[in-house]
Design a binder for this molecule. Structure first.
Ligand code: SF4
Ligand code: SF4
Length: 61
């Protein structure tokens, strides 16, 4: 992936799938149980975007 862009969270239902799938452990849980993305670790592989059943993870250019 290019180094441009980042992932944002919108409409998360707190299922936890994205945290389990991230290969570089860039997703952690914030205080309200939604994912928090470490943008320095995230390589924009898009696995979390594809796995979210609620399409709550969105890639922004
Ligand atoms: S895009 Fe890939 S590296 Fe970034 S948070 Fe999602 S699963 Fe992790
Ligand atoms: S997979 Fe989607 S709904 Fe589930 S915790 Fe991650 S962002 Fe939220």
């Amino acid at each position: 992936m290019s180094s441009k862009g980042y992932i944002v969270v919108s409409g998360c239902k707190k299922c936890g799938r994205c945290r389990a799938i991230c290969p570089v452990f860039a997703l952690t849980r914030n205080s309200d149980d939604r994912p928090k993305i470490d943008h320095d670790l995230c390589n924009r592989c898009m696995l979390c975007v594809k796995c979210c059943p609620n399409k709550a993870l969105i890639y922004m250019e």
